[in-house]
Design a protein around this ligand. Structure first.
Ligand code: KMT
Ligand code: NI
Length: 177
């Protein structure tokens, strides 16, 4: 279940960063900013069909797998710095978590960060142009499927650089207005 989070830094971002008292983000809060979450049951024999259905539903045609861990990712700390820097893309970001625990943070309607905890079976759709960031939890071991179309536009435009200048950003803001 998603929740509004505390100010997080690269130092404490792998903790839950919950407000106290906890402030839940509702499905409506997420829908308002174009974020969709659902589940895939990897332990069901039909998982392949489930994934194919999701891929079709979102008009994607490929998926690959990334393993985010110190053992498998060269320059792990540098990669996490990049993942956790607030950014947007020209294409949507679709991920299914296959192993481990991580956090997708997305900017809510009033700019507050909403934290979406993800674990095995969680599917997340982040629309093009939304500001977001990602981190693993302290276990630093996440396997994720990335759904995409041919030639995905995954260049990250950072908010503190040229993110606001991208037409994708304006289009996104118009869509959610
Ligand atoms: C991204 O674009 O920030 C990512 O792919 C994050 C890792 S996927 C769990
Ligand atoms: Ni991203």
């Amino acid at each position: 279940m998603a929740y509004y989070m505390t100010e997080a830094t690269r130092q404490n971002c792998q903790d839950e960063c919950r407000l106290s008292p906890n402030k839940e983000a509702t499905e409506e809060d997420l829908k308002r900013i174009g974020v969709e979450c659902t589940k895939v049951d990897f332990d069901d024999a039909k998982v392949k069909e489930d994934l194919d259905r999701l891929i079709k539903q979102y008009n994607m045609n490929f998926h690959d797998e990334v393993h985010i861990s110190r053992a498998t990712m060269p320059n792990f700390d540098e990669k996490l710095n990049i993942f956790f820097e607030e950014h947007l893309h020209d294409d949507a970001e679709l991920r299914v978590i296959k192993h481990g625990v991580g956090y997708f943070d997305v900017r809510g309607k009033d700019e507050q960060w909403i934290r979406i905890p993800v674990r095995r079976g969680d599917f997340v759709f982040l629309p093009a142009g939304i500001y977001h960031r990602f981190t693993t939890d302290r276990s630093e071991d996440v396997v994720a499927l990335r759904l995409f179309r041919n030639n995905p536009k995954w260049t990250a435009y950072n908010r503190n650089a040229d993110g606001d200048q991208q037409s994708t950003r304006q289009e996104y803001l118009n869509r959610i207005a």
